[in-house]
Design a protein around this ligand. Structure first.
Ligand code: GCO
Ligand code: MG
Length: 405
């Protein structure tokens, strides 16, 4: 069997998604997600111009060799554009292997380690009460873990809270240029403790709480936040500080027992090696799409397992349902699975394009025995919603200094 054709499609059913379809000379095909938000077209060009020509005629069953060929075989290793491209090809090849074997991908990884995949939902509110009402809605649906983000009083916009904007493109205004947010560490500290205190008062200890700092704090500020959060027993505190310098997490770790999670922007095992090996984190949040696919995530999961670090894959709306499918297979298999972030299965347009049989019940996701990844991509439907240029916001301190978004 040989790879005959590889198609790259960008569609925008509310967010841009880059989907890769690898087709064999025997008619079997597989799909993968290569979405890199705000830089989608760079990945498309990388794939079409530099990857696809090298893969035509190769044996699609050689997943590991193709992964190494695209990673080690290229002088310019790593980076989000390279790794998203490798990831999409890798997912598609696992999809093909599963379809040919007549087995879901998780069976090829080693089979199930659990009945279903525990999810955490998002509660984002304009005020603490609003956020807690949203927690209640999730609890009523059976979720046992919820991420809490609330607008910070005194700031124009807060990460995770769309305000009166219903859709991501609306947030960017009519010109597709990066919107600008404001950040004040002092205002944040004034509100975050209240949020968690009121949340525990209302929900007791029955619900797991999580929170995403979105890299706004310095390590010593994160250490202080971690200490303040201890009484509220978070499942984890996410992206407290940037860890380009992985050693900086020692500062946080030596001060607090609040569990720490990081990794959604990481592209390789090297980005998190020291964090894991030195046991500076508790959850690694790499996404299959951004860190090199199923082959790479399996390796990171195994490495993390010997240091008691669990996987908690990124599950934001800018990862396509194909990435969610890849995560489902990894999560159901990985002995050290922690929790999966979940924001729903997308809007109606997205559901028209991506068809699957994943189900959610009482805060857990389940999968069918469909062979491969168990997700289909409707190219005709995708063409109805073409690519739209779009950016994430940027963040500035109140005096105008550029900050981490
Ligand atoms: C999360 C993430 C997202 C990111 C988004 C960027 O934890 O879900 O932090 O909300 O901001 O993926 O596009
Ligand atoms: Mg995050």
């Amino acid at each position: 069997m040989k790879i005959k054709e590889i198609k790259v499609t960008v569609c925008s059913p509310g967010r841009n998604f880059v989907t890769v379809k690898v087709i064999t000379d025997e008619g079997t095909y597989g799909i993968g997600d290569a979405t890199l938000n705000g830089r989608e077209m760079a990945v498309v060009t990388y794939l079409e111009e530099h990857v696809v020509p090298c893969l035509i005629g190769r044996d699609p069953s050689e997943i590991e060799d193709i992964w190494q060929y695209l990673y080690k075989g290229v002088y310019w290793r790593k980076g989000p554009i390279t790794m998203a491209s490798i990831a999409a090809i890798d997912m598609a090849l696992w999809d093909i292997k599963g379809k040919i074997a007549g087995l879901p991908v998780y069976q090829l990884l080693g089979g199930k380690s659990r009945r279903g995949v525990t999810l955490y939902a998002h509660a984002n509110g304009e005020s603490i009460n609003d956020t807690l009402d949203k927690v209640q809605e999730h609890v009523d649906q059976g979720f046992k873990a919820v991420r809490l983000q609330s607008a910070i009083p005194g700031l124009k916009v807060t990460y995770g809270v769309l305000g009166d904007k219903k859709d991501y493109f609306e947030l960017q205004g009519n010109r597709p240029l990066p919107p600008e947010d404001e950040w004040s560490t002092q205002k944040y500290f004034n509100s975050i403790v209240d949020l968690m205190r009121q949340a525990r008062a209302r929900f007791g200890n029955e619900v797991e709480f999580l929170h995403d700092v979105h890299s706004r704090l310095t390590p010593i500020e994160s250490a202080r936040l971690g200490k303040l959060m201890e009484e509220f027993s978070l499942l984890f505190l996410e992206d407290a500080s940037i860890a380009e310098n992985q050693d900086s997490y020692k500062v946080i770790r030596q001060h607090t027992t609040t569990p720490l999670a990081i990794g959604e922007t990481y592209n390789t095992i090297w980005d998190c090696k020291d964090l894991i090996q030195n046991q500076l984190i508790d959850y690694i949040r790499v996404a299959a799409t951004h860190a090199g696919g199923i082959t790479a995530l399996r390796r990171i999961a195994d490495f993390a397992s010997i240091y008691n670090v669990k996987i908690a894959p990124h599950g934001a709306p800018d990862l396509s349902p194909v990435c969610f499918a890849a995560h489902m297979h990894l999560n159901i298999w990985a002995p050290n699975f922690g929790i999966q972030e979940f924001v729903g299965f997308g809007n109606d347009k997205s559901k028209e394009i991506f068809k699957h049989n994943f189900t959610v019940e009482n805060g857990m996701a389940y999968m069918s025995e469909a062979p491969g990844l168990g997700i289909e991509f409707d190219e005709e439907a995708a063409l109805k919603y073409p690519y739209k240029r779009s950016y994430l916001p940027v963040s500035r301190l109140e005096d105008g200094t550029l900050w981490n978004w």
